[in-house]
Write a protein of this length. Structure first.
Length: 177
């Protein structure tokens, strides 16, 4: 697995190195085309136009790609890390939600069942219309759920989840995909 990732990174880096010179040469194409103009005034106007565009391009690219104050953002992150030292993950999350830096956790969702299947040992597998796949933790019984039924998934204690259909039947589930 690690070797495969290293190979992918090396291929990506090689591609960037290979494409780098050709991408850098594209802005010069306009100036090089100006050399073919026979009239001196038109050639000078072409050079002026192309060089002005070339001079503006690096400053616009540099301002768009560079963060406004990288030192300030690093200092803010360090200060926040020190302020949160010793707090549990839940307490840090509450502080960030209150400050507007993190969205609040969703307590429950409603979705429609796209497909229901079972594993070889009898666990029900629910594929929802939003692409999520959930599996029963224990095969306690039939939920009587069919494709198209609306289900509610809610958060329980200790990071558990409860899937309940419209007829009131439910089961503990965990997310697979």
């Amino acid at each position: 697995m690690v070797i495969r990732i290293c190979k992918l990174w090396s291929l990506a880096l090689a591609g960037c190195v290979w494409l780098g010179p050709s991408l850098a040469a594209e802005p010069l194409a306009g100036i090089l085309a100006c050399r073919a103009i026979a009239d001196s005034a038109a050639r000078l106007a072409c050079f002026d136009r192309e060089s002005a565009g070339l001079a503006a391009a690096p400053t616009a690219a540099a301002s768009a790609s560079a963060p406004a104050t990288p030192a300030a953002s690093a200092a803010d992150a360090t200060a926040a890390s020190k302020a949160n030292f010793g707090l549990s993950e839940g307490e840090v999350a509450k502080k960030e939600v209150a400050a507007g830096k993190r969205p609040a956790d969703t307590k429950e969702i409603e979705a429609h069942i796209a497909a229901v299947s079972t594993t070889g040992v009898g666990f029900a597998v629910f594929t929802l219309d939003n692409g999520q796949v959930w599996i029963e933790i224990t095969p306690d019984g039939d939920l009587m759920s069919n494709p198209g039924d609306t289900v509610k998934l809610s958060r329980g204690l200790l990071n558990s989840y409860w899937l309940q259909n419209r007829n009131g039947r439910g089961a503990k589930v965990h997310r697979v995909l």
